[in-house]
Ligand binder design. Structure first.
Ligand code: SF4
Length: 511
């Protein structure tokens, strides 16, 4: 895949020759030119897809159930990924419209971009593999019988079909070796012959009849065979990319994207807030802090009120946060002038007012800067306004939790478990639930999202410009156990975001 900054080269050829099926093993990398803009778009789309799968699972829906599948497909549509929702719920119909071609090509390319990004550490590989396997299984489950058949044929899976006469001869063995199947099920099922070493899981779990090194696999178990193969392809593919990845890291155009993707922010953009401007006033902040600020921003507000001072990182984080909530430029000036003037009147005009002007895009690069997302507050070094679940000692977190009337030993224990498992966004989501007596609409991954969800619950009104109304969210208690795909839960899984360089304030100098 050659990458060009501005040139867009269309993939040529007949769709069915390039992508003969909606579902792929992604055996070969894409072989066409792509612009950097498109590459970035596809990377973010894939990341969103995999995070949606993870989030739906963490909300407590039983994996691979109808409810789980429907929730994932719904969320994909809601987040503007309709073409993927259509592709993922396909029966394998071998359409050849340009839409089919684009969807399959984007599926293929986006998979490879993430594979490249996630190949550089064992932890990342495990996360990527687990999500991709879940996605594959979801998609395979939608295939019609014809779709399965053509997938198997096109991927040249090494097997042969058991003829009716052969099946009749070994019927008793098939019955005896698959006690989990009724005789009626054995009778109607198709059987396939695989070399026993290509289906180790089925052999180990005694789910197939074995004869002379051949495993007789019922059609209902084909999924596990295909999954086993796909797992092997993914594992080998990730290893093979490690060396290529090392050379990409030195490319300034791709290095940052590749190494930062796992913590990239894929949530709502809070940089543009004119629709909400004036939706909060300075005199409301004390009350909002008590009722609706997440712990990181509570700390900043309380410190500002107590000392009339914040250090540089705290100032920047808090100003941008209030801007994200809808505090107008004029009100921000008024509020911070009142506070900072009490600490150091001269400094306000000389230094502090500049950062407010800068944050509101009035000076410097005149950009619409975004409020800091959770991932920034989690991954950036310790400073005022950093995520307390990551940076505070557990006794301080415990003190914060128990200071709330709504705390219970169960909530405190669960939140501390999340902290210990480095699942800070989930700890915050549970904290929200504890303090609001209701779950937020989705996992907390942005302080502004926390505020908006909170105001909707406290007031019963929808916030202007807010993403959505709350809905049921269940966050599972963290486990040190691996999940079924072998993924060890880690910090990587919970960090949602980084906005690549757009808010780096590089043109801002502290005098
Ligand atoms: S998880 Fe996010 S919103 Fe919650 S305290 Fe940490 S940084 Fe703030």
């Amino acid at each position: 895949m050659d990458i060009k900054r501005n040139t867009k080269v269309k993939v040529t050829g007949v769709v069915n020759a390039n992508y003969p099926h909606d579902l792929q093993f992604y055996g070969l990398p894409p072989d066409f030119d792509i612009t950097l803009i498109e590459l970035r778009r596809l990377a973010f789309e894939r990341l969103k897809i995999l995070r949606i799968i993870e989030e739906v699972t963490l909300r407590g829906r039983s994996k691979y159930s109808k409810e789980w599948t429907a929730a994932i497909l719904n969320e994909l549509r809601k987040q503007g990924l309709k073409k993927y929702a259509t592709l993922f719920s396909s029966s394998g119909a071998l359409g050849s419209s340009p839409v089919d071609e684009d969807a399959r090509r984007d599926d293929h390319t986006s998979h490879y971009i993430l594979r490249l990004s996630y190949c550089n550490s064992e932890q990342h590989q495990m996360w990527f593999m687990a999500r991709e396997l879940e996605l594959f299984r979801l998609r395979f489950g939608h295939l019609s019988q014809e779709g399965v058949q053509s997938f198997v044929e096109q991927n040249k899976l090494s097997f042969s079909v058991v003829s009716p006469s052969e099946k009749e001869q070994i019927f008793t063995h098939l019955m005896n070796c698959t006690p989990h199947m009724t005789s009626a099920a054995v009778e109607v099922s198709e059987y396939y012959k695989f070399q026993f070493n290509t289906v180790p899981d089925l052999v180990r779990n005694r789910r197939v009849y074995l004869q002379n090194g051949v495993a007789y696999v019922p059609s209902g178990e084909l999924l596990y065979v295909v999954l086993h193969m796909y797992r092997g392809i993914l594992a080998r593919g990730l290893k093979a990319l490690v060396r290529i990845r090392a050379s990409l890291d030195s490319d300034p155009r791709l290095g940052a994207l590749m190494s930062g993707l796992h913590v990239a922010y894929t949530g709502r953009d809070y940089s543009n807030t004119p629709a909400k401007e004036n939706s909060i006033l300075p005199q409301e902040l004390d009350q909002f802090c008590l009722e609706s600020f997440p712990p990181c921003m509570q700390q900043l507000h309380q410190q500002l009120r107590a000392t009339h001072h914040l250090h540089h990182s705290g100032r920047l984080r808090y100003i941008l946060y209030l801007k994200g909530l809808g505090l107008s430029y004029e009100h921000a000036m008024e509020f911070f002038r009142d506070e900072f003037m009490q600490h150091d009147a001269k400094k306000f005009e000389k230094e502090y007012s500049y950062i407010i002007n800068h944050s509101y895009g009035k000076v410097g690069a005149c950009k619409q800067y975004s409020p800091y997302s959770c991932s920034k507050l989690i991954t950036e070094t310790l400073g005022e306004g950093s995520c307390p679940f990551k940076f505070e000692a557990s006794n301080k977190i415990k003190a914060l939790l128990t200071s709330h009337d709504s705390h219970t030993p169960e909530y405190v224990q669960t939140i501390l478990q999340f902290v210990e498992a480095k699942q800070y966004c989930h700890a915050c989501t549970k904290y929200f639930e504890m303090t609001h007596k209701v779950e937020p609409g989705s996992i907390i991954n942005h302080p502004v999202q926390y505020f908006e969800e909170s105001r909707q619950i406290r007031t019963g009104k929808e916030i202007k410009g807010a993403a959505r109304k709350p809905q049921t969210t269940r966050v599972s208690v963290p486990s040190s156990q691996s999940d079924t795909s072998g993924t060890q839960r880690s910090e990587v899984e919970n960090i949602e975001s980084i906005d690549f360089g757009e808010d780096d304030f590089s043109d801002y100098n502290i005098s």
